[in-house]
Design a protein around this ligand. Sequence first.
Ligand SMILES: [Zn+2]
Length: 422
Amino acid sequence: MYEELKLPRMLKGLEQVFEQFPEHRTGKNTQYDLSDAGMGAFSVFFTQSPSFLAHQRDLKLRKGRSNAENLFELRSIPSDNQIRNLLEPVSPTHLDCFYRQTFQALEQTGVLKSYRSFANQLLVAIDGTEYFSSKKIHCEQCSQRILKNGETNYFHSALTPVIVQPGNEHVISLEPDAKRIVPQDGHEKQDCETQAGKRWVEKHGAFYAKRGVSILGDDLYSRQPFCQALKDKHLHFILVCKPDSHANLYETVDFLAAQGVLATKVIRKWIGRYAEIHTYRYANKLPLRRDQSALEVNWCELTITREDTGELIYKNAFATDFEVTDTTVEAIVRDGRTRWKVENENNNVLKTKGYHIEHNFGHGNQHLASLLLSLNLLAFLFHTVLDLVDEQYRAIRQALGRRRTFFHSNSQYGFAFHAADC
Ligand SMILES: [Zn+2]
């Protein structure tokens, strides 16, 4: 079961994608294939823990299978500089098909069934994250900002969509958008992140809409242009919707509340030492902004207070295209709240749990930084999928504890990507 999602098959599939990388060399210096370089870079990100390999040996796993060390050692792997030179001209979009294949394999094997949430949808949380920052190193794709001291800071950002599920720590990475998010002319960060979001929806939205997807996002996404882009692709959405940025919508909410016609649902929850009061308020068909062409959205809000002290524990609100009723409001809010997982279970893991996505593994002048980011995200996707379907892998990881860093002592392959001086 799940054979196509186990390590040997996943690696084989990835190698086939590397083999499709466009050949950019014209001379005869082709000692290594581009797929050697791709696999070499990927192996660094995948085997982030040296003890993971040692441990696998100890467990005497089936010979030649599920053994990352064997799988990578059998290959001829170029040096780190050769890898950088070979991969530099390759756009990260050449890896998109592998994310898509993995999604389809997860779907076909039924793994994604358990991820389905309200209205049988998959929840895709989108968020932007910076993965490189330097005052010295930069490339044509770098974004830049002027610091208070007048120095220029160069950086890259990427949109990193993931499938999330309430109560599930495993997030499943989808194709990132690693193109330059912030243009050189100093657009607001928020504008540019939503531009990246729209670009992603334009490119991938129709595919995921057919599979039943609700997009989750921060307040900056619950604006008319982005909501319209989602509607155009028939994607559902549950997006944070704050009063400060939606004055017109909240005027309507306040008016309905003042008239005593704003729907409200109150639930008392005993959570051990005290009870929480969960107050839901909701309304349907509210104009998202003031003008004539405003989209209508449905709105719901949750306020949680302590019953004994009245202390405010949580308050948030969402704009959605799902009809909000007494029976749907709890599930819609629960799904909307799952958005934070893209920050906690994705961006933070990628920064602090052995992936080091903020390090500079190699920058290049064209695509290298963004290609390496996408390979790093793929390593994270591999780990997640193996955690979900491969019992042996799960046992090894549990025996080892948390993910550990691989980058400082990767001598087994005769090379390592050391973080360059940023
Ligand atoms: Zn750059």
